[in-house]
Design a protein. Sequence first.
Length: 352
Amino acid sequence: MAIVSSNIDRSDSRSSGEKHRTVDPSPIQEEIGSVREDGLRPKHFSDYIGQTPLKDVLGIAVKAALGRGEALDHVLLYGPPGLGKTTMALVLSNELGVKCRITSAPALERPRDIVGLLVNLQPKDLLFIDEIHRLPRVAEELLYPALEDKRLDLTVGKGSTSRMRSLELPPFTLVGATTRAGSLSSPLRDRFGLTERLEFYGLQDLKAIAQRTAGLLGLVISEDACFEIARRCRGTPRIANRLLKRVRDFATVRDEGAVIDSRLVDEALNLHRVDDRGLDEIDRRLLGFLMGVDGGGPVGLETLAAALGEDSATLESVVEPYLLQVGFLQRTPRGRVITARGKSHIASKEKK
């Protein structure tokens, strides 16, 4: 199986000068560059830990497509960042034994970008488009006949001399990935035969992922240490792998011996200000500010952003989702409120 990538641009809500958080599930530049080079990504369903219902559905679809000798139906994968959408696309191409072409929607700025990708597809190739909800309107309209009728409609010439020309395309599979399924237009969403959500991972799956990654990195690590990483990675494999690499760096510099244990993991992640629930300094500042408000809130988003010196969009899309997930924060019509569970967590940290 071969992989071909076009320019990948995974811009997000952070400004270029903003420091990346260790527990932010969005990929950093190092991870974007190593999507196919670091060897940590599983290559087959048997290597892919977790997401069992998703693997069952896609496994049946792959076997059926191979049995009929056809291209796999188009697949839309959605869910929070860092859960393995890109990895699943690579697994599908391996299972199908076809070439995988990788790009992202922001890189397809001009019509010729998407045209170039489509006309160079070979029969049954897999085309992966990340952040497909950000696809330009012109590129999206070119995709409609390509997905439905395997046809590319091009306008040749200008003005009164222009004419429509159709090019036949080979059968192919589009795998789209998005963190915002609701932002896709209905015509595009309806052209996917399989629409599947990736869920957050449980502790046992995350522990197994940490163990697998440690083995690939040549690290000797205890089960308790893997469990400690699993507890702090916010249900996200990308963060688990990132934390493990930071622990590896810490162990290398401290020369702590052959085995990485839970004590060393705790020291390393405390250095990065990641606590035992996966909260970092920004999370705790937000909850601590709400604690200082009479009754724990409510506080409006703009007020909260101004008090913390953060962008409101960053708070809403990057910081708050995990706090909501673990039940430390509530969004109400009047503003943000810290929950009893959130108060308990912050109080326990203040005692230390």
